[in-house]
Design a protein around this ligand. Sequence first.
Ligand code: DGL
Length: 269
Amino acid sequence: MAVGVFDSGLGGLTVLQAAQARLPEVDFLYYADSAHAPYGVRDADDVFELTQTAVRALWARGCDLVILACNTASAAALRRMQEGGLPAGKRVLGVFVPLIEALSERQWGDNSPPREVAVQHVALFATPATVASRAFQRELAFRAIGVDVEAQACGGVVDAIEEGDMILAEALVRSHVDALKRKMPQPQAAILGCTHYPLMEAEFQAALGADVKVYSQGALVAEALADYLTRHPGMLGTGDRGYLTTGDAGRVSDRATQFLRRQISFDGV
Ligand code: DGL
């Protein structure tokens, strides 16, 4: 029995790690579409097609529930897949809503009208495709009013992380934070709107300053998943746990082992 977790590459491991810690009794099957990463520079149709292929592969392996642990895929594909109709007994969930509920001080499933919230100046760091989609702003507008969101498209950061070039990734984080601060000098909160970015959370926090609250998705998504599985215990599926990649399994395993600081072995799909 396994829940599917999908990302373009290694970023979704930050969500997987939190989900494994929160739900140690649940098995997970992780799928990294490393051959096609990064998604953040692709157009929405391309991301939709790639995401749909990966999700169908996880469903075919018995994961009835698939988490899109990728903001770019959630922005471009989630609503389109759900509106297109899902096969009987299959579900797909994204990563935006738990984060936005935390930012807008809401409990799960609170669908009351949008209201004023404590934070008014929010920096959003995400991939170019996620920023272009404006999906965060749209979801936030359903829940909060009066929040000024300044988005920074962080070109290059995912590529550098996938390549394991953390020196370049750190330099890019600093320059993207500087660019954001030129547009919004004093954000109160910062959203790491790409699941790769928690791997650089300390660098984001250092560049932003200690007084900026940094939100990342791992623990929030894990809590929302725990809640979902309590309400839908039949969604644990039938698949086996493991790690799959469309890329070079040895290379992806090495990087994953480096990031999670434990042995991770990927297989080819
Ligand atoms: N982890 C993906 C996200 O959350 C990265 C997308 C990419 O491959 O550019 O957006």
